[in-house]
Every structure is written in C-alpha cells, then in structure tokens.
Design a protein around this ligand. Structure first.
Ligand code: AHN
Ligand code: ZN
Length: 341
C-alpha cells in the first residue's frame, strides 16, 4: 500500500518535471476521452449495411451443410477481401447436439494484420435450421431466414470494414470474425432434461480453443448479435458486465455521446449464452455482447426470434445505424487513444 502510494507520487513528480501532464496518464481521463465523439470517425452508412443484410438473405437460409451456406460464406469472404482485409478461413467438422457433422467455416477478416494492438469484432453468420420459437408449429422444422439473427451482425461488420478501408486506422488492427454454427443449439421441440448449453456457439468454441493465430491476443472483443431488428434496444448483458465492464461502459457511453442513448440503455439484463462466452472463458479475451433485450413479448430477443418472420421486412436501418456508428466510433477512439504513447 505504502509502496504504491510513493511510486504514484514519484510518477506525478516525474510528470510535472518533464511536463507530460498533457498526456492522458490517468484512467479517469482516458475513460472520459473515449466517450467523446471523434471527428475522425467516418459516417456509417445504414443503407449499405441494409443491403449487405439483404444480400445474405438472397442466398436463402444459411444453415450449415447447405448450398446457400457455402455460397454465402464465399460472398462474405470476398466482400471483406474487396475491402482490403486479410482473410483466414478456419474449416472444421463440428458435432451438433444429435451427432450431425457440421461442415463449418469461421471466417476471420483482419485489418492491419501486423498491428500489435487489436480489437476483435464478431458475429455469427449461420442461420438456425429450425423456427422452433414460431407461434405456428408447422414452422418448427423450417429454417430461419435469419435477416436479424445472423445477417445483421455480419452486415454491420462489412460496412465497418468498408469504412476502415476509406479511412485507415494508424495505431490498431481489427479482426472481424464471422463465427459459424452458433445457432445449432438444441431445438425446443427436442428439449431434454440434460444441460445442452454447449450445443450453441460451436464455431466460437472451436475458434476459442484454436485461435487462427498462435498466441492470438486482442485488447477486447465486441459481439454483434441481432443488431437490426425493429424495436430493439440493448441492455448491458450480465456476462459482458462480469468479464468486461470497462468495455460495456466505453460502448454505452460512446452511444450516449453520439445520441443513441435511446438504443443503448444503461440497465442490466440477464446472462445470455452466446459467442462471447467462449471468447471470454476459453480464449481469455474480455468480450461483450450487444444483443437486444425486450422486456415484453414472446421472447427477450424480440418477436421474430427463431420464427418465420426473421426477414428483411422486420429489419430497421435505424437500429443498424445506432450499433454500427457506435462501434465504429469506439474503434476510432481506440485508435486516437493509442497515438503518441
Ligand atoms: C440461447 O438461447 C441459449 N442463447 C441464444 C444465443 C443466440 C441464438 N443468439 C442468437 N441465436
Ligand atoms: Zn438464433
């Protein structure tokens, strides 16, 4: 205690003498600074993100082992590559809850691949094979089109990649990871007494156990899940708050500073098993989940969740914009905060 006190005093003295007081040496200052709006941040184009969402839906449901899945995986990789990102494909045979082998592909798109300081942005790109939350049981075994629950997160990442090419980051790198096989979690119609929480997030579990680069590290991660649905607002998810409270505060304060406080609500929601859980628990990277929280209706994820209505008609550009502009701003703030250090 005493030692710390003295070294803090010594540091303050050195700072005074060398006039480094201008630099942001205190955590408080950095937190305040990171919540500010940075003029260097490009404008996130919601029409473009909307189009990327539609493009993926045009393939049909991207359920693992389907032709649409294969074709859309190529589309996603080609798009990121066209925006200058370096693509790493991670193929794996993953096992579904019932033993089905899923020919999976995690797509990693790296911007500034050689930068040491990195931020991870991720979303799942697969579609769920079953509308098992649909009010009509006739839809329970039909695949989800997954405009919101799949395409929206990838679309926001593609639009960010497009912006990063137009206005490159000087200090940090970004890895966009499109996780596969997130949504093969045990369907409600097959529910058993066993704990099947492991049946979700197969691609992110695999990546977290086998990162695409040996010794891969990122400062932190941000997961985008269902970031385009009509009526969505985002509460602070409990695992995120537990593993990465500083990242939660940074993102929510940035949203507020940009005028998106009506989408990013500063209140806690429950624990959600999602791709950020293995990233936190296995890869050891503090990672938050931007995921909707509806206080009423049939699902806390919104009325279209795992139903036949998860289509383009229920996508709201304003939601894509609020999330995309906020996360983009977080990246440019992070870049600025790493200048001259
Ligand atoms: C569970 O339902 C356990 N987790 C939700 C994760 C999810 C599914 N995100 C999108 N689809
Ligand atoms: Zn889902």
């Amino acid at each position: 205690m005493e030692k710390k006190y003295w070294s803090a005093l010594a540091l303050a003295a050195v700072c005074l003498l060398s006039s480094c007081g201008k630099k942001n040496t205190s955590t408080a200052t950095q937190t305040e600074q990171s919540a500010q709006v940075n003029a260097e941040c490009p404008t996130f184009n919601a029409d473009s993100a909307y189009q990327f969402t539609a493009d993926q839906c045009d393939f049909g449901p991207r359920t693992p082992n389907s032709e649409a899945h294969k074709a859309c995986g190529n589309y996603i990789a080609e798009k990121f590559a066209a925006y200058g990102a370096t693509i790493t494909d991670q193929y794996a045979d993953l096992k579904g809850y019932d033993g089905t082998v899923l020919k999976s592909r995690n797509i990693i798109a790296s911007v500034n691949p050689d930068a040491e300081k990195r931020v991870l942005i991720c979303a799942h790109w697969d579609s769920r094979p079953w509308c098992d939350n649909d009010p009509d049981s006739a839809n329970w075994k039909k695949p989800v089109l997954a405009a919101n629950d799949g395409a929206s997160g990838v679309a926001v990442m593609l639009e960010m990649a497009r912006m990063l090419q137009q206005q490159p980051l000087s200090q940090i790198g970004v890895d966009f990871i499109c996780f596969d096989a997130e949504d093969w979690g045990i369907p409600q119609w097959a529910e058993t007494a066993e704990d099947h929480s492991q049946s979700w997030c197969l691609g992110s579990q695999h990546w977290s156990q086998n990162p695409h680069k040996e010794g891969y590290k990122a400062m932190y991660g941000i997961l985008l899940d269902m970031v385009g649905g009509q009526g969505a607002t985002f509460s602070q998810e409990a695992y995120s708050q537990e593993y990465a409270p500083g990242v939660v505060n940074n993102v929510w304060n940035t949203a507020e500073a940009l005028g998106y406080g009506n989408y990013f609500l500063k209140r806690l929601s429950g624990y959600i098993v999602d791709d950020h859980v293995p990233v936190n628990q296995i890869a050891g990277i503090p990672c938050i989940d931007i995921v909707p929280y509806f206080t009423d209706g049939p699902s806390s994820f919104g009325p279209t969740w795992h139903t036949a209505k998860d289509d383009m008609e229920h996508i709201d550009k304003n939601v894509l914009k609020a999330v995309g502009q906020t996360v983009l701003q977080v990246l440019y703030n992070e870049n600025r905060n790493n200048e001259n250090h």
